[in-house]
Design a protein around this ligand. Structure first.
Ligand code: CUA
Length: 293
């Protein structure tokens, strides 16, 4: 594209320069009145015109064809990825499911995406309600997440560290509070993290577990416990995450209690309802969740 357009630019600029030079010479000759400059070129130029138009049409057709095939080649799935991860947009959080390389099953988490450094990961993007858009500018370009459709994005994260992702398609009231934390780490560290995520929750079965079963389990899952709700994020290892409510709050015990008590004040419109709990129960369920590591 660059070489063809560069060539066309040189040809057009030369033609313009030549025309200006001719006009300048003719004006000089007219002023002298000696008629020494012939005007026979105009007829020849008119005959060149169809040739020029033909060259332009042919050139544009070739560029369009080349661009079409380059585009297809870019999205062709030539590489076999080291890992497959399903990311599903919800109002307003991210469901994240890793394909377990050992068992072929899925390991579910939410709002925090871990990637092995230098390895190609296939992100299978979908949406549960409205259109969202996956965008982590430090890792990859953005790609829409569309209900009823699967978009595939192969990413290879090169630099280790924490990166911020953000939903990039307006998806309702809390679109701005739909952030994604992305951690790129060495493959060994990634795999030990995934192995830990795969395990069931290590939780006590005291008052906090009872409160959770009564008030939260209809919407939230905790693997290994009698809690299998699918409406909200999986909370099996929630205390290992760095944020709450899709990047809205940092993960601290105080923020967690505030979020449970007043989610509509923190993120108006969220599907999470306020849970009326007495202070002792609120304390117990927070301790229970903070122990889910
Ligand atoms: Cu999801 Cu904007």
């Amino acid at each position: 594209m660059m070489w063809v357009c560069g060539g066309v630019y040189v040809v057009v600029s030369s033609g313009l320069g030549w025309a200006l030079w001719r006009a300048w010479r003719r004006r000089g000759a007219d002023a002298r009145g000696d008629g020494s400059v012939t005007r026979g070129m105009d007829g020849r130029l008119a005959r060149l015109l169809p040739l020029a138009v033909g060259a332009i049409v042919l050139g544009l057709t070739m560029l369009i064809t080349a661009s079409f095939f380059a585009d297809r080649a870019l999205f062709a799935t030539r590489i076999s990825p080291a890992l497959e991860v399903r990311v599903t947009g919800h109002q307003w959080w991210w469901r994240i499911q890793y394909r377990d390389p050992a068992s072929g099953g899925w390991v579910e988490t939410a709002n925090e995406l871990h990637l092995p450094q230098g390895q190609t990961v296939r992100l299978v993007l979908g949406a549960a309600d409205v259109i969202h858009s996956f965008w982590v500018p430090n890792v990859a370009g953005k790609l829409d997440m569309i209900p009823g459709r699967t978009n595939v994005l192969d990413v290879t994260a090169r630099r280790p560290g924490w990166f911020r992702g953000q939903c990039a398609e307006f998806c309702g009231l809390q679109h701005a509070h739909m952030a994604l934390s992305v951690k790129v780490e060495a493959p060994a560290a990634f795999h030990s993290w995934l192995a830990a995520q795969k395990g069931p929750a290590v939780a006590d079965s005291g008052r906090g577990a009872e409160v959770f079963a009564d008030a939260c389990a209809a919407c939230h899952a905790i693997r290994g416990m009698a809690a299998g709700g699918r409406a909200g994020p999986d909370l099996t290892h929630v205390a290992t995450r760095h944020t709450l409510a899709a990047g809205t709050l940092t993960m601290t015990r105080g923020n967690l209690q505030g979020w449970i008590a007043q989610p509509q004040a923190i993120k108006p419109g969220t599907a999470m309802p306020a849970i009326p709990l007495n202070p002792a129960d609120a304390d117990a369920v927070a301790s229970y969740l903070m122990a889910l590591r």
